[in-house]
Design a protein around this ligand. Structure first.
Ligand code: ATP
Length: 625
């Protein structure tokens, strides 16, 4: 038998194939099964145009078998087969794709779904096999041929025995090496899992004989093994089915099967898009955040399929960070894949799909917010912070998408409200959207700084999450209304009369305040009469961009930036304590020092900050007692 050589370029290419194109060896099975599926497709399309061909759907299948003793894995299909010339042309020349040519010649057939295009997939078999044998009988041919190759040194073709049309590929699996355990490719369950992972939605049945065990007849505890043929793949993916035929339960089952989570999804979105780029997609909004959701380990992304074949398990480009909780799949025939089918050549198509997906998720969330508030709040409890991170991390670029999805606790309504609802409830004379920050709703409720704003009858949004104030600072405004912290220097509530009064008060107590300020040098930037306090004697507020709450959050970060808010100690001049302070200032400087120190520390405690010197603080209390 004459041995033929691969053409020169092919030799080098083959070496490339085996060593560098694919990152996972198991991909070879995806490639061979895709070829089989293409071959069956071709026969099927031929039978549509040639009425003399009489095929039954059940005649079309792919069969996988393992022979451990002989170390072979075989893939048999009932497809169109290859003539001697085709074996030579398609398998003897790397990068020659009979499938690509077929697709071009049959453009008129609608819905043509051939997978192959590059003419290289077949050679991935050499990643796991030292010899590959192909026995094929083509449609309309009387003879069958056997193509055999052990890699770069060439291949042989000879006549063979095969009764039925189709192709059988027999791989002699390599022996184990120190680095690679090739026996995995002779393991039934591993092979079954690889098929499930990559080829679950190949539209012809992929059959395989599986070893199972059952109770021996007449025995209670003795088991025996037996073989049973199973169809491994699900064939029709749920996302290709008509929405009207599917129930909530179908979607929930799919969610569980895919291990997207242990919860029941809150919402499922099913898209079937045609146009510039066609694709099907099913997206889920989970009801619970996975345990690692807010950690670095969490990986976002959707499963990406091309014509039913898995390309990527988590394609991050399909989902923006702020919707990273969304799970699901996208399947499109219109993707430009690279040669290994592992990555995409252009991301133009992906960008188009991602844009639509983002819109759909936003619409679905808005709809949930409007029509099913309880569910939305459940969602928001789990994933609200992610939306806020979205606003913060992109410098507010995505605020149009996100701002109407935000919710905060309202001092008036005593429940979560949206920014839109807040603005709608604002009395005409109210200029700002007021907020207060703290560890919990209870704590903010008791915050002295809220007294004046509440007194005015204005609503306050409670920020209890670390991210809240940072996100809002990025938003700056909502519907032209600026956000204002109840602790900020100027609350925008003063009348000219108030301003005059304050000026006079400062002037009157000028010396006292400056004495306090110098006692608290380095701790506060100013000491002033308070405009916002009603019943409490003292509080701390801040000047400038960095609030006290933001200082707390930043100081908790691992690379602690040591940033400090510019704090102002505010004194309630109408509180009895102020009279005593005044008296001490006039008569007893030691007492005045103690009072100043105590009031400052009270301010820290109310803000949830720790006292710098607790021993001194408790000694001071004792002294006064
Ligand atoms: N099981 C098969 N039955 C019939 N023809 C086959 C079979 N396997 C491969 N071929 C032929 O060999 C050609 C080369 O296959 P190969 O897998 O290398 O590339 P491809 O499938 O065309 O493209 P891709 O690299 O994108 O997979 C195919 O185009 C097809 O014509």
């Amino acid at each position: 038998m004459e041995k033929r050589e691969f053409r020169a370029e092919s030799k080098r290419l083959l070496d490339l194939m085996i060593n560098s194109i694919y990152t996972h060896k198991e991909i070879f099975l995806r490639e061979l099964i895709s070829n089989s599926s293409d071959a069956i497709d071709k026969l099927y399309y031929k039978s549509l145009t040639d009425k003399s061909l009489d095929f039954n759907k059940k005649d079309f299948y792919i069969d996988i078998s393992i022979d451990k003793n002989n170390r072979t894995l075989s893939i048999l299909d009932t497809g169109i087969g290859m003539t001697k010339d085709e074996l030579e042309e398609n398998l003897g020349v790397i990068a020659k794709s009979g499938s690509f040519a077929f697709k071009n010649e049959n453009r008129s057939i609608e819905d043509i779904d051939i997978i192959g295009q590059f003419g290289v997939g077949f050679y991935s078999a050499f990643m796991v096999a030292d010899t590959v044998t192909v026995i094929s009988k083509a449609l309309g041919s009387d003879d069958a041929y056997k193509w055999k190759s052990s890699g770069a040194d060439g291949y042989t073709i000879e006549k063979a025995d095969k009764d039925t049309i189709g192709t059988e590929i027999i791989l002699n699996i390599k022996s184990n090496t120190e680095d690679e355990y090739y026996d995995d490719f002779l393991d039934e369950y591993n092979i079954r899992n690889i098929i499930k992972r990559y080829s679950d939605f190949i539209r012809y049945p992929i059959k395989m004989e599986l070893t199972k065990s059952k109770l021996k007849e007449g025995s209670q505890d003795e088991f025996e093994e037996y073989k049973e043929e199973e169809t491994i793949n699900s064939m029709v993916p749920i996302w290709r089915k008509n929405k009207n035929e599917l129930t909530d339960e179908d979607y929930e089952n799919f969610y569980q099967e895919k291990h997207y989570g242990f919860d029941k999804p809150l919402r499922s979105i099913h898209l079937s898009m045609d146009g510039l780029i066609s694709y099907n997609s099913i997206l889920f909004i989970p009801s619970k955040a996975p345990y690692d959701f807010y950690t670095k380990e969490y990986e976002k992304g959707l499963e990406l399929y091309s014509s039913g074949v898995l390309i990527m398990e988590k394609c991050p480009e399909l989902i923006p960070d702020y919707f990273s909780f969304v799970k699901g799949v996208v399947d499109s025939e219109d993707l430009s894949l690279n040669i290994s089918r592992e990555i995409l050549q252009h991301d133009r198509q992906l960008k188009l799909i991602a844009k639509k997906i983002e819109e759909k998720i936003k619409d679905e969330l808005k709809l949930m917010l409007e029509k099913d508030r309880e569910k939305y709040e459940e969602f928001y409890n789990n994933f609200g912070n992610q939306l806020k991170y979205g606003i913060y991390s992109d410098f507010g670029i995505h605020k149009e998408v996100l701002q109407d999805l935000l919710m905060f606790y309202s001092s008036k309504e005593k429940k979560m409200i949206t920014l839109k609802e807040y603005v709608e409830n604002m009395p005409e004379d109210q200029k700002y959207i007021y907020y207060a920050t703290g560890d919990s709703i209870d704590r903010i409720d008791k915050l002295p700084q809220t007294e004046l704003v509440k007194d005015k009858g204005y609503e306050i949004l409670y920020f209890v999450e670390d991210i809240d104030e940072f996100a809002i600072k990025m938003l700056m405004k909502y519907e032209d209304k600026e956000f204002k912290s109840v602790s900020s220097g100027d609350l925008g509530l003063e009348t000219d009369e108030d301003k005059e009064k304050e000026k006079a008060e400062i002037e009157e107590n000028k010396d006292l305040f400056s004495a306090m300020k110098s006692l608290l040098e380095g701790k506060v930037v100013d000491v002033r009469p308070s405009k916002r306090l009603k019943n409490h004697p003292v509080c701390l507020s801040s000047e400038g961009e960095l609030s006290i709450e933001m200082e707390k959050v930043l100081n908790m970060m691992p690379d602690n930036p040591e940033l400090k808010a510019d704090k102002v100690l505010e004194i309630n001049l109408h509180h009895d304590i102020f009279n005593r302070l005044k008296l001490a200032y006039e008569e007893d400087s030691e007492k005045f020092n103690l009072y100043t120190n105590l009031l400052y520390n009270q301010g820290l405690l109310i803000e949830g900050l720790s006292i710098e010197d607790p021993i001194e603080f408790s000694n001071n209390i004792c002294k006064l007692m």
